[in-house]
Design a binder for this molecule. Sequence first.
Ligand SMILES: *[C@@H]1O[C@H](CO)[C@@H](O)[C@H](O)[C@H]1NC(C)=O
Ligand SMILES: *[C@@H]1O[C@H](CO)[C@@H](O)[C@H](O)[C@H]1NC(C)=O
Length: 622
Amino acid sequence: MAEKSSSVTEGIPKWQIAAAVGTPIVVGLAGYWYFRRRKARRPRQGSDKGSGADATPKEQEGWIAPGTPAVGPAQAAVTGDCNSGPLQAAQAAKAKGNKYFKGGKYDSAITCYTEAIALCPPANSAEIATFYQNRAAAYEQLKSYENVIEDCTKALELNSKYVKAMFRRAKACEVTGKLGLCLEDVTAVCILENFQNQHSVLVADRVLKELGKQRAQEAYKDRQPVAPSSQFIRTYFSAFANDPILENLKEKLAAVESAYKPAAPEPKEAEASQAEEEVKESGDDAGASSAEELDQEEQACTEKYLILLRSLAQENYTGVIEKCRAVIDAGSKCRYVPEALLLHATFLLLHGEGEKAATELTELLARTDLTPRIRSNALIKKGSLHMQNGLQAEALEEFAAAVKVDPKNSDIYHHRGQLHLLIDKVEAAVSDFEHSVSLRPEFAIAYVQKCYTEYRLAFTNRSPLQMQNALKSFEETIAKFPDCSEGYALYGQALNDQQMYEKANETFQKAISLEPDNGNIYVHKGLLQLQWKQDIEEAARLMNKALEVDRGCEFAYETLGTIEIQRGNIDTAISLFDQAIKLAKTQVEMAHLFSLKEAALTQNKVARRLGMAAPLGASMMG
Ligand SMILES: *[C@@H]1O[C@H](CO)[C@@H](O)[C@H](O)[C@H]1NC(C)=O
Ligand SMILES: *[C@@H]1O[C@H](CO)[C@@H](O)[C@H](O)[C@H]1NC(C)=O
């Protein structure tokens, strides 16, 4: 959760936030089990002892690193006041097996364990489970994974909470691609070990990510594009100081309108015939008429362009894609076509149609009539799309090309800075943002991101002095740009990380007052309540508020989902993750959400398997 709140920024698309989350997913979702375990500790320990016979509870406490010999069972105390009998013979066979195992003679070890299993009285089920588990360990050394799975399954049938057998089966399932069962086992291990064991947590995380990726690959193909909210679009464009279309939009609109009006009278017949006469007088029929055609084409195109500009100026994004198309179709010679093509691709991107957008941008970049600004803007967007697909080198190439054609465009450095921040090249990010700011000192967004990156650098370097300076420079920036909500939102996240909760609360409040329809800020404020006061109710309230102001706030669905898991409302969580998945703009983002959903589904299954069914609480969504 803490990591989550230090996600990069509001000004960049959500995919970057999803990719920036570093905390293992299962740990983020573990809260409910902590709580449950605390409450249930006494009776559960009792029942463990009852069912687990002698060896297992002890084994569960000591951790055996993957791949190291299974010494646990060998050391386990032998039960009972035994004379010599079948159980003793079995134990002896096992002890021999353990010796072979330690000597690396796995085949011989397997023979001994098999003997132990055969000799052991069926009533000693815990011992038999141990023998199977040990044999599985030997099979594991021989990379005979199907046998590992089979023996672990037998061990688990005899002792359902046998953590070591569970984890061994999980590892074998991972190797053999049985990810569903692997996840179940490793989740059960995490729960039984109270999420305290690094190894099982890392396996769980790895498998969840892989499963999420697979599910997203499927789902992304059939996904319905979702129209982004105006707030989302506004935020996206606010990250471009030098947008070839939107920069100085009002002035541009006025200029095009005034240039267009005199030439725009409805083609009244009188005027038309007069024009024709004039043309005849000039005595150059053919040339003039084609010039006139060109002129008509230009006018039709200008008219469509005006429609587009007006709706952009009103921040009415309904039908913008169609309006771009109208300009493009108005004629190949129309001078507004490159802008319309760029905007068309941009809106596809905003609708989550990354692939189509990339194709269109490539086509656009093949044209020879682009201004450097349009070209560099298209290159930035192509670079960001590469980044969405995890192609860092390709992304950096696009940015390098952009620098070549338009070296003074601050947006290039600003966006490259975000990329660098995302791939943890924090120093490169700082220098990019510095360059961006030097080119465009009045552009608030780059400024606040520079602050945030300096803060991250101080955090990474664990330097109190740098931290002090970073927070100070946030203060100065906010004073310089008092109307920039992003500044407050990012400062709030930094303050939250620094556990300066009171101030973070005020700062988020200020951001909300500046931009009340930005759901993400409410979510961050909610995360603050969690971290500060462990106030899950207030956090949930704020996240629902986020959805009230922005139905398309994917971040709110996602965070609310993780909160519901922590409250044990797993079914509610799953439906929230489904909502978020519908809104996901990229495959990477979708994969992250599917991972969360898989984690929730598996926790439900595992709870049943372990006989500790999670309560299905009332829905938060009302
Ligand atoms: C926004 O544009 C759409 C499509 O052109 C139009 O139907 C709608 O009336 C506009 N909305 C407003 C509020 O102007
Ligand atoms: C956080 O700020 C809000 C005002 O925005 C205030 O009502 C609330 O009491 C503050 N929370 C705490 C825990 O101080």
